[in-house]
Design a protein around this ligand. Structure first.
Ligand code: SD4
Length: 306
């Protein structure tokens, strides 16, 4: 399909997020405003333990958030290991617009957010605290990959709460400009200070207004190793369709780490300048949501390798 405006985002929970983005895109608003407003919906959803407030904490009990945003001019902003702020995507946008930098982390990111007027909040909600305490009983200081496996196994069951993680959103507005946003609480019960792919420009998100945009979800370590989203965009530049580019990027992960690739989930989502989109994942269970003039609440299952 070739259309604009259009917005796409990772997982089923992308439907609600897309609708918020659509309210901006449909009357002619910018892709940048649309992706920020869109992913804020997932950040605010307390029933979702993988993004924003309500996200699962790290293994020491701190909710630590990663997010980035990128616009059509190649401007970008990012925060990593940010605590106590419910909308990291909006802090990332402030980093982009109000500082000469791209990325702020930890304490410094929090200090900047507070200076910008963001409210300091406790992000650890009761249900996530309980899940963490449950995890502490057995899993304390086991390798992180085990956690991901458990999440992935459960992810295969329909309707399960694990059937989503990061939200990555890509939009093409009526003016033909692309933007993207990506936000997550990261791997559940991660090591304190662990940063995934989601706030890393080129890994969790990349936008090139000449070509297209890409974002990723799943185990960030493998996406960082392959600079996944940048790779997808560069492949589209070479003429790959969005789906073929995403497929090549997941195959790169398989080639580099065949044993790990069988055990984990990574999914890529891409949108090109024409409004064509596609995805590919390592495993079954990945889905993405699409919203354009013809339909506002479409969901597609991602094709997969294993
Ligand atoms: C990350 N891609 O931090 C994100 C989301 C995730 O397991 O939790 N993956 O790696």
């Amino acid at each position: 399909s070739s259309t604009k405006p259009i917005v796409i985002s990772t997982w089923d929970f992308g439907v609600a997020a897309n609708q918020a983005a659509w309210k901006i895109l449909q009357p002619g608003g910018s892709a940048l405003d649309a992706v920020e407003a869109g992913v804020q919906v997932a950040e605010a959803d307390l029933s979702n333990p993988t993004v924003g407030k309500g996200g699962y904490p790290d293994r020491d009990g701190h909710v630590s958030l990663d997010a980035c945003i990128m616009d059509a001019e190649g401007n970008c902003g990012s925060v990593a290991a940010l605590e106590h702020i419910a909308h990291p995507i909006s802090v990332a946008r402030k980093v982009m617009e109000e500082t000469p930098h791209v990325m702020l982390v930890g304490e410094g990111a929090l200090q900047f957010a507070l200076e910008q007027g963001f409210e300091r909040e406790d992000l650890l909600i009761e249900s996530s605290k309980e899940a963490w305490q449950e995890w502490l009983k057995e899993k304390k200081y086991k390798p992180i990959m085990n956690i991901e496996n458990k999440a992935f196994q459960t992810e295969r069951l329909p309707g399960n709460q694990y059937n989503h993680d990061t939200i990555g959103m890509l939009a093409l507005d009526a003016q033909g400009n692309l933007s993207g946003a990506c936000t997550t609480s990261g791997m559940a019960f991660k090591m304190r200070g662990r940063v995934g792919d989601s706030p890393i420009i080129g890994a969790g998100l990349y936008v090139d207004n000449e070509v297209g945009a890409a974002t990723s979800t799943g185990v960030g370590e493998e996406v960082i190793r392959t600079v996944g989203s940048f790779l997808v965009v560069e492949l589209m530049r070479q003429g790959y369709t969005p789906e073929a580019a995403c497929k090549e990027a997941v195959e790169r992960i398989v080639k580099k780490k065949p044993e790990i690739a069988k055990e984990i989930q990574v999914g890529f989502l891409a949108l090109n300048k024409k409004g064509e989109y596609g995805s590919y994942a390592l495993q079954a269970g990945f889905s993405f949501a699409i919203c354009h003039n013809e339909q506002q609440d479409l969901i597609e299952k991602g094709k997969h390798i294993f």
